[in-house]
Design a binder for this molecule. Sequence first.
Ligand code: 1PR
Length: 505
Amino acid sequence: MILPGVGHFGHCLSQLASADYLPAIGAHIAAGKPFLGICVGLQALFAGSAEDPDCPGLGLISSTLDRFDDADKSVPHIGWNNALDTSGDASFYGLRQPSKYYYVHSYKHPYTPGELESQGWSVATATYGGETFVGAVAKGNVLATQFHPEKSGVAGLRVIKAFLDGERSTAPTDSAPSDPAASATGLTRRVIACLDVRTNDAGDLVVTKGDQYDVREKTEGRGVRNLGKPVELAQRYYEQGADEVTFLNITSFRDCPLADLPMLEILRRTSETVFVPLTIGGGIRDTVDTDGTKVSALEIATMYFQSGADKVSIGSDAVLAAEEYHRGGGKLYGNTAIEQISKAYGNQAVVVSVDPKRVYVPKLDATRHRTVRTKLPGPNGEEYCWYACTIKGGRETRDMDVVELTQAVEAMGAGEILLNCIDRDGTNSGFDLELIGQVKEAIRIPVIASSGAGQPSHFQEVFVETTTDAALGAGMFHRSEYTVKQVKDFLAANDLVVRQFEGEL
Ligand code: 1PR
């Protein structure tokens, strides 16, 4: 039995309880049959969680879970971290000490040496920003991982294979143990490949990329730039070591029934061979289908999750929802796409994609918006700028700055910000560090820096000069100027901890 977990502890456990599945799960485990719990599936083994104190867990482990402290780090904990066997001399269920595993969660059981081991559990741990927590447990027929083995590349497949083969103990590996202290948070530097997907004029689905959101060729005819096939490119980036792949459906597929959305098929095919997290964005909002049926954003997100997506990314709809939020003086209505999807699937499953552009002003108080003093003055020598949010792929600018937007969506339950920058998009001139600095100061959820990457040193720069949680590239990878591996090799050569692709099972 595999209990996969996505989402909220209380939602997961109460759904299982109301469907009357809990006795069967308990009986399965008690009968000594193999059981694998993943993420919330691990958390379900505990007696309870601060995420929903009124909802009991299975209680196989009598302790409870609490939340990561977000005073000095981003929460949720998202990214690649260790699973170090506490016994020090052995690995269980295919875990390897130098391998990295993909975690995405806000709640955890803090690790106290001996607590679970004295009850017969084998324990593997990871450390995030000074907090050591339980990354995996095993006892008898039970294996449970806080990380997602199905999204942890070959390292994770090894764990699943060992579970399926019933190989509880595996020989210790002779590779040097990784050093969690080498990175301040414990996480590796997350490098994401982004694929903007749309139909071209011939009706084919292509990965495209332009500059400043114009994806048409500059030459006569102005056809949509075709940089390759989505599934093939995703596979290529996975094998180069991309830590995540993001697909953005940058045009709605007009006159297409939602059930036949081409992106669903792309996700299904990609998730057959790409074992890292997949994010899908574009068109996630309440919609009317071609036959007149109303379809909620939650239903669209559900279709994407069922097709292999791990996160959905919301753009325009988030801006409109944030405007409502501020109009109501910070009131949560409970009916926005962000709130509904994060309630059902957990806030780690909801990314908000922000498409800001610079508005230059001559003085600090020339606008009500939050400004930065910029080292790159405007066309008339303006020394200040603010970042205006846009919708509809940058075509419409709103009277809302990035701080207002990101704080609102954080309050609504977004788990991560994908921070584009229209001024930098496709320019190969590096990330907008001032923008990233402003947003990182404003919120506690993780931020993915995007737009402007043109060479490996731009990734190093953004990781060193800002506290960004991840960095994303598009055009430089699609045009084969650099591979993801070259970026990671460059980061590693400059003392930044990265995860490299492991080819061998
Ligand atoms: O508003 O919820 O339907 O979502 C639409 C999504 O599609 C948004 O996330 C928006 O950013 C994206 N989008 C819409 N139009 C375009 C376009 O290019 N015409 N793409 C577009 C945005 C920006 C990034 C790009 C980075 C890095 N592309 O996706 O990958 O800027 O590029 P670089 O490394 O080459 O500089 P909704």
